[in-house]
Ligand binder design. Structure first.
Ligand SMILES: Nc1ncnc2c1ncn2[C@@H]1O[C@H](COP(=O)(O)OP(=O)(O)OP(=O)(O)O)[C@@H](O)[C@H]1O
Length: 239
C-alpha cells in the first residue's frame, strides 16, 4: 500500500527563493506527523506548498501514490489535501451551519458526524462565525476541513492565539480525526509537548532543514536532543 503522503526532494519557497531544502517525507496511513520548529523555519511554507497554494520549486508530492501537479490548489484539494490555515479563513458573517454546508463535499462525513467531535459547536450552529470564541472558531476551521473529505488534513498552528487550557482540550481531537475518519494529519504546532502527545512521528525544521526526525514518543522522552535540534544540530534527514 502506498503512503498517504509522500514528498520526494520537495523544494519550497517564495518566488524563486527556496525556503525548504530538498525534503523527503513519508506519512503512513493512520498516523499524525507533527512539524515542529522555531519561527521562520518554513513550516507554513511547507503546508502551503503541499496545498498547492505556493508552486513548488522542485521535487514531487504524492497522495496515496499519485503525483500531484505543481501549484494547482484545486487539484491538491480534489486529491484530498485540505488546509486548515493559521488565520482560519472562515466566512465570519455566515453561521457555523452555513460555513460547514458550503464547504461540504459529496461523500464526506455529515455535519452530524463532524459535530460529534466538536459538541460545543452543535450549540452554536446558528451563530455567525465571527461571533464565536477563538477556540470555537478553531473548531469550526477544523470541522470545515473534515467536511471536505480529507485524505491529508494540513493543520497550521491550531493553537494560534488560544489560551493553553483551550489548546489542551482541542489538540486531542487530532488523534480522533485520524482514528475515526481515516485521514492522516500533518500538524504544524508551537506547543511541542502537546503536539508530541498526539503525533506518531515528528520532524523539527530549522531554516528549512530537517534537524531531527523520528517517533514522537522518542523525541518527547529526550528533551536535550529536541532542544539541540531547535538550535540547528542536524541529526536525521527525514521522517
Ligand atoms: N510571502 C512571503 N514572501 C517572501 N518570503 C516569505 C513569505 N512568507 C514567508 N517568507 C519567508 O519564508 C521563511 C519561512 O517562513 P514560514 O512562515 O514558512 O515559517 P514558519 O516556520 O511557519 O514560521 P512561523 O511560526 O513564524 O509562522 C521565512 O524566512 C519568511 O521570512
Amino acid at each position: 500500500m502506498s503512503a498517504a503522503l509522500e514528498c520526494r526532494g520537495l523544494v519550497a519557497g517564495h518566488g524563486p527563493v527556496p525556503v525548504l531544502r530538498p525534503l523527503d517525507l513519508t506519512v503512513e496511513h493512520g498516523t499524525v506527523l507533527a512539524v515542529l520548529g522555531p519561527n521562520g523555519a518554513g513550516k507554513t511554507t511547507l503546508l502551503n506548498t503541499l496545498a498547492g497554494l505556493l508552486p513548488r520549486l522542485g521535487g514531487e508530492v504524492l497522495v496515496d501514490g499519485k503525483p500531484l501537479p505543481r501549484g494547482r490548489p484545486r487539484a491538491a484539494n480534489r486529491a484530498g489535501l485540505i488546509l486548515v490555515p493559521d488565520d482560519r479563513a472562515l466566512f465570519t458573517t455566515l453561521t457555523v451551519r452555513e460555513n460547514l454546508t458550503l464547504a461540504r463535499r459529496a461523500g464526506a462525513p455529515t455535519l452530524d458526524e463532524v459535530l460529534d467531535m466538536f459538541p460545543a459547536l452543535r450549540e452554536r450552529l446558528g451563530v455567525a462565525a465571527g461571533a464565536l470564541s477563538g477556540g470555537e472558531q478553531q473548531m469550526l476551521a477544523v470541522a470545515r476541513g473534515l467536511v471536505q473529505k480529507p485524505e491529508v488534513l494540513l493543520i497550521d498552528e491550531m493553537s494560534m492565539g488560544l489560551a493553553p487550557v483551550i489548546v489542551e482540550e482541542l489538540l486531542p481531537v487530532v488523534r480522533r480525526i485520524v482514528d475515526e475518519t481515516g485521514a492522516v494529519v500533518v500538524l504544524v504546532e508551537q506547543h511541542v509537548r502537546l503536539a508530541l502527545e498526539v503525533a506518531d512521528n515528528a520532524i523539527v525544521l530549522v531554516h528549512g532543514d530537517v534537524t531531527l526526525a523520528g517517533p514522537a514518543t522518542g523525541l518527547a522522552a529526550d528533551r536535550r536532543r529536541l532542544e539541540a535540534a531547535y538550535l540547528g544540530g542536524v541529526e536525521a534527514g527525514a521522517a
